[in-house]
Design a binder for this molecule. Structure first.
Ligand SMILES: [Zn+2]
Length: 85
């Protein structure tokens, strides 16, 4: 399955490096966050306790999913974003 932007993403170009990005609102601060348009693969971890002895041990179960990275991290001009504040 090819990696592609979310269907409803309103794609724009980064003003610094021309990469495809879109904005998402951060769930906690309700502020716009620039995201790379193309997701990367990452693992979501879920803790699975042992069946009989839930107090002692268990293991992580990993599940491969698409994850999005903020363009603040991947932009070659990332340092210049911070200076503008
Ligand atoms: Zn950029």
């Amino acid at each position: 399955m090819p990696l592609k932007p979310p269907d409803r993403a309103d794609l724009r170009k980064c003003r610094k490096c021309q990469a495809d990005i879109f904005f998402a609102e951060s769930a906690k601060q309700h502020r716009p966050v620039p995201m790379d348009a193309i997701p990367v693969k990452g693992y979501r971890l879920t803790w699975k306790p042992n069946r009989r002895d839930t107090a002692n041990g268990g293991q992580y179960v990993c599940d491969l999913i698409d994850v999005f990275t903020t363009h603040f991290v991947t932009c070659p001009e990332a340092a210049s974003f911070r200076k503008t504040k």
